[in-house]
Design a protein around this ligand. Structure first.
Ligand code: ATP
Ligand code: MG
Length: 228
């Protein structure tokens, strides 16, 4: 085996799974509080395994929706994932010790401007819902007793009502700028979303001496920020 591959596969430290973009950016201060500094920036580096100032801590960069899968199977010991992603994954085998209060947004129902959502729901008509968050959408509309046809999408949900693919969308909203730019309006708030630290339960038992200080460092950083 090549030395690099061997070093990667026989790694004995801990591995934290993160996604690029807002989660990585907002995790940097938490990592710093735990004494961890990445040696590279995933936005500019093409590497998917990133070292840190600590020989016993490394990061892997994966799609946001793949983070729970890596942690569930123990390919990563820890990860950071949005509640939206965790709800769709189901959370099997994951210990979720901390709400990190990062990547905050709201899961909303949105429609084309002028669409009579309240009236349609009141009539008991079936509505077509396009979303990436099928579990969340199913739970929400079942709770209201509204019958829906679910259309699974992987992104750019805002387009669906504009071209007649769906009547409504279920999507994440922070400023509302994207909805507005596309002539959509939010009509219902489903839940508040933030990201959680997730831990592989077996790894926590086997590598507690390495994992617990990271949980504690993150926890104190979240607490300090909450108090500020
Ligand atoms: P991908 O871009 O790989 O398809 P994604 O859109 O879920 O996946 P990101 O855009 O990096 O990935 O979002 C990561 C997490 O950040 C989401 O799972 C969600 O919890 C949160 N998030 C998504 N959109 C917003 C937003 N507009 N504002 C704040 N947080 C958000
Ligand atoms: Mg995105």
């Amino acid at each position: 085996m090549q030395p690099l591959i061997q070093a990667i596969m026989t790694y004995t430290g801990i591995t934290l799974a993160l996604s690029k973009g807002r989660i990585f950016e907002e995790t940097l201060p938490l990592l710093a509080a735990a004494g961890i500094t990445p040696t590279e920036n995933p936005e500019s580096s093409r590497k998917l395994i990133i070292g840190t100032n600590r020989a016993d801590v490394r990061l892997i960069i994966v799609r946001a929706s793949d983070v729970p899968t890596y942690v569930q199977y123990g390919a990563a010991d820890l990860g950071i994932a949005g509640k939206d992603v965790l709800n769709e994954h189901g959370g099997n085998g994951l210990y979720q010790p901390l709400d990190l209060q990062i990547a905050c947004c709201r899961m909303m129902v949105a429609v084309r401007e002028g669409y009579d959502y309240a009236g349609t729901v009141k009539q008991g008509a079936r509505i077509r819902v396009a979303t990436k968050y099928v579990n969340a959408a199913r739970e929400h509309f079942a709770g209201k007793g509204v019958h829906i046809d679910l259309i699974k999408l992987y992104g750019s949900m805002e387009l669906a009502p504009l071209v007649g693919l769906s009547d409504v969308i279920v999507d994440l909203v922070s400023t509302g700028g994207t909805l507005k730019a596309n002539g959509l309006v939010a009509v219902e708030h489903i839940s508040d979303i933030s990201s959680r630290l997730i831990v592989n339960q077996a790894a926590l038992k086997l590598k507690r001496s390495l994992i617990q200080p990271v949980i504690d460092g993150f926890s104190s950083a979240v607490g300090t920020r909450g108090a500020a």
